[in-house]
Write a protein that binds this ligand. Structure first.
Ligand SMILES: Cc1cc2nc3c(=O)[nH]c(=O)nc-3n(C[C@H](O)[C@H](O)[C@H](O)COP(=O)(O)OP(=O)(O)OC[C@H]3O[C@@H](n4cnc5c(N)ncnc54)[C@H](O)[C@@H]3O)c2cc1C
Length: 321
């Protein structure tokens, strides 16, 4: 069987590397210019990404920009406070994607052959799966800056879970950005910063349960909302999702069986993402002390830890409730 991957971002590049190394007949396509800077904070948990990098013989040191650092969080009801590290670092995302593809370039353009199985790894655009009626997205803008008034990793949560501001250190620059439901509010947090470039795109904030496969197109990564809706952490989830898919196609090439097994394998985490996304929507609309929110809060704290931050439950709950 021949496989065509649309999108040479995190999920697409990882999957291409894994499939190519295992002898699959696979091609990868993306219309972007090589090294095109797609907005992303480039922050990830070095402890969580490392096992996946090892599967492609990449060492974390090859892609590290800042290998852990101090973490500061402020919010509506609490002053800037230091949180403990759990692996939060920054990476060179474009270099990682190239290394994941074994140094191979992608084919510039769209996939025109609609007879192959297409793996839609096109992130927010869902270029092959198509749009979802009930899609939930937020605005995100990021400035690439030469300096920052914040040392280490800094997060500032907007009131009522409406988004957050970040400043992340890289080797020779900073990613300063904000994401939220109101574009005006997002812009206001960034107005004082001068970036050498300003990048923006929407970010998917809820899993597209029920819309992950369409005919011979299968979605992987942010295209199906496999992203943590609390902080918009999508790098490790996209890789985790691609690895799940790789394990399934390694055991069968029957497309019907793949569809069933893949859907099963992603559903538990997607249901957790859904709970957190509902928690965020509830907080935004002022519904705070509900039984559902309390249950989802546990998953939300786990997501903080996954991103590389040891959660301080009381401080965070005080901010949101
Ligand atoms: C401003 C911002 C900051 C973020 N910061 C972080 C962060 O610090 N840490 C973190 O973990 N996550 C972060 N995220 C989320 C993270 O970037 C994504 O969730 C993650 O990259 C998803 O991986 P992916 O492979 O699914 O999609 P992407 O990495 O977005 O890759 C999608 C690829 O598809 C390509 N594409 C688009 N259209 C087509 C088409 N028609 N045909 C073929 N290819 C196409 C694009 O060019 C791109 O290369 C951030 C997101 C935003 C918007």
């Amino acid at each position: 069987m021949s496989w065509k991957i649309g999108g040479a971002g995190v999920a697409g590049s990882y999957l291409f590397g894994r499939m190519k190394a295992s002898g699959f007949d696979v091609e990868i396509y993306d219309p972007k210019r090589p090294n095109f800077y797609i907005p992303c904070g480039f922050a990830t948990n070095r402890n969580s990404i490392d096992p996946y990098l090892k599967k492609l013989s990449i060492s974390f040191d090859e892609i590290a920009e800042v290998d852990t650092g101090r973490i500061w969080i402020s919010g509506n009801n609490f002053e800037k406070t230091e949180f403990l590290q759990n692996g939060l670092s920054t990476i060179n995302k474009m270099k990682m994607e190239l290394l994941m593809r074994g140094g191979m370039p992608y084919q510039r353009g769209m996939i025109n052959d609609r007879n192959s199985v297409i793996l839609d790894c096109t992130g927010i655009s869902r270029a092959y799966l198509g749009k979802v009626q009930s899609d939930q997205t937020m605005f995100a803008i990021e400035k690439v800056c030469k300096s920052s008034p914040y040392d280490g990793f800094y997060f500032n949560f907007f009131r009522r879970g409406r988004g957050y501001f970040w400043s992340f250190p890289l080797g020779d620059r900073y990613h300063i950005g904000a994401g939220g439901v109101d574009l005006g509010e997002v812009r206001s947090y960034l107005a004082q910063f001068n970036g050498t470039s300003i990048l923006s795109r929407k970010i998917r904030m809820a899993p597209t349960i029920g819309e992950i496969i369409s005919g011979n197109v299968i979605g992987i990564g942010e295209s199906i909302g496999y992203i943590s809706p609390l902080l918009g952490e999508g790098i490790v989830p996209a890789i985790e999702n691609a690895e799940k898919f790789f394990n399934i196609v390694s055991s069968t090439e029957d497309i019907h069986e793949i569809s069933i097994k893949y859907t099963d394998s992603v559903m538990k985490r997607m249901q957790n993402f859904k709970l957190i996304s509902t928690l965020v929507s509830n907080i935004q609309s002022g519904k705070t002390l509900t039984a559902g929110n309390i249950m989802a809060a546990r998953h939300a704290m786990k997501e903080l830890k996954n991103f590389g931050i040891k959660p301080d439950y009381l401080k965070i709950l005080r901010h949101f409730l």
